[in-house]
Design a protein around this ligand. Structure first.
Ligand SMILES: NC(=O)c1ccc[n+]([C@@H]2O[C@H](COP(=O)([O-])OP(=O)(O)OC[C@H]3O[C@@H](n4cnc5c(N)ncnc54)[C@H](O)[C@@H]3O)[C@@H](O)[C@H]2O)c1
Length: 459
């Protein structure tokens, strides 16, 4: 038997063993503290506590979810001298084999392949967990990783709903782990320079910022009940989300457009750009959020989240921002743009331009040319600084460019926009926490229901 087939067989075996969810991840709540793990996880987490590697040591990384983004991250980490990819974890056996092959192009030895996240959590040789699974897994897996002593790189959005983000921040602080969100633009050198220039007043007091996202996504059709493919452990794929029958148009990728697992285009893409707007405006939580949107294009298929959405936010101190997302129309405008009392700034993936009050260019800075962004991300050359920043934060205490506190605040903006669109009303929020005020109905979307026996916050 070929080695890859032997690995697939091993993976299938472990997948069959993994199907008992009761012994999986049961988290019980502690009021005010978010979550703690069940005894099995607690015992494991003490033994597998990741040691902070020394400055010259390689961080041993495991990647969860390797169909697309995770495969790219596996290849990127494998190329970095500061990392060794020791394991790839996916519930799709084909994705495991693909990522192992990707890693092997850059690194020896070949990483082990596992189906079950528990085999990463209880592996003391893993220092850091990298999460590129679907959104409903992000915060639960990240918190479990933290509780098991791992450092965590979690893809954006860092949570499926606001409460998970709060719990994730609490867990990272409680266990003092390095937790970075995959908002890689925070590490683009020209963007750091642009933000520093904004802060130093290059366009005066900045009071407004806007951004947009455009794509030409097609319809996803109507799902039909089908047997679960032999390559997929659907039980583990669903994990903490309440059970749904397997339909043939959700996996992979299209789960993004279902509230049950995804966060729509605002969680998928707005978070990147609203993160920059928030950074440049030097703001945290909004006091007003309004949004309109819906499935306006290709109507009649299963897609639930808005494919066309506008979100506006107001912040304390006379500042506001706007994001527009068109999933099915490619005509947009460059950005984000920042508007100040003394001029304007345009920031793109490959540079920034400063204009005076009359829109005359006063400064133009070119960054590294942007490669075309595809479903796997912006490519190695654009990701590398962010990944290195995460590794150096672990090995030598370098300051994180996208610590989870910032990731949570930016992810929350997308969640609030979605709540406002779904409830079809303006939300009044607490400027210190983002909590919706005087609207218990809107706050029902602050959290979610969980599948019993998996992972559940209780506070
Ligand atoms: N930062 C960026 O530029 C960037 C780019 C693309 C995607 N992303 C993010 O990465 C995440 C993944 O996106 P994608 O497009 O790769 O999605 P995808 O659906 O193509 O892949 C997700 C993978 O996770 C696997 N998975 C599901 N449950 C799992 C579990 N319990 N254990 C292990 N693996 C599991 C799936 O089998 C699949 O292989 C998303 O949250 C997305 O927002 C970020």
């Amino acid at each position: 038997m070929h080695q890859a087939d032997r690995d697939r067989e091993k993976v299938k075996g472990s997948s069959r063993k993994s199907a008992s969810r009761r012994e999986f991840i049961t988290c019980v709540g502690v009021a005010g503290m978010g979550i703690t793990a069940a005894p099995a996880i607690r015992a494991m987490s003490q033994s597998s506590q990741a040691k902070v590697a020394g400055a010259n040591q390689r961080v041993r990384v495991a990647i969860m979810g390797t169909n697309s983004r995770g495969d790219a991250l596996a290849g990127s980490f494998a190329r970095l001298p500061g990392a060794e990819v020791v394991a790839v974890c996916d519930v799709d056996t084909r994705a495991i084999a693909k990522a192992q092959a990707t890693v092997e192009k850059h690194q020896r030895p070949r990483p082990k392949g596992v189906t079950d996240l528990r085999r990463i959590l209880d592996d003391a040789s893993v220092d850091a967990l990298v999460i590129a699974a679907p959104d409903h897994w992000h915060a639960p897996a990240a918190i479990l990783g933290i509780e098991a002593g791992k450092h965590v790189y979690v893809e954006k959005p860092c949570s499926h709903n606001p409460r998970e983000g709060e719990l994730l921040v609490e867990a990272a602080r409680r266990r003092n782990r390095v937790v970075q969100m995959g908002s890689q633009r925070r590490s683009y050198p020209h963007i750091i320079e642009a933000m520093t220039a904004l802060k130093s007043g290059i366009i005066g007091r900045v009071y407004y910022s806007r951004s947009c996202y455009n794509n030409n996504r097609g319809p996803i059709g109507t799902g039909k009940q089908a047997p679960v493919p032999e390559w997929l452990d659907y039980e583990l794929w669903q994990g903490p989300a309440p059970r749904r029958p397997y339909l043939d148009n959700r996996i992979h990728y299209n789960w993004h457009w279902f509230w049950h697992w995804g966060t729509g285009e605002s969680g998928n893409n707005a978070v990147h750009f609203m993160d920059l707007c928030r950074w440049g405006l030097e703001i945290e939580y909004p006091i007003l959020v309004s949004s309109v949107g819906g499935r306006y294009c290709h109507r009649g298929d299963d897609w639930e989240t808005p494919d066309t959405q506008s979100i506006v936010f107001e912040f304390e101190g006379g500042k506001s921002m706007m994001w527009e997302g068109l999933s099915c129309s490619t005509l947009g405008y460059p950005g984000p743009t920042f508007h100040g009392e003394g001029g304007n700034m345009l920031v793109t993936d490959n540079g920034y331009t400063v204009y005076d009050e009359k829109s005359k260019v006063v400064k133009e800075v070119k960054g590294e040319a942007a490669s075309p962004v595809d479903l796997t991300g912006p490519g190695f050359s654009k990701d590398v600084a962010h990944l290195n920043n995460f590794l150096k934060a672990i090995t030598s205490g370098e300051k994180l460019n996208a610590p989870i506190e910032e990731g949570h605040k930016s992810t929350l903006l997308g969640h609030l926009g979605n709540i406002a669109a779904r409830k079809q009303r303006t939300l009044h929020c607490d400027g210190k926490t983002g909590h919706v005020l005087g609207d218990t109905d809107a706050m029902t979307l602050w959290s979610r229901e969980y599948e019993p026996g998996w992972w559940a916050p209780k506070s």
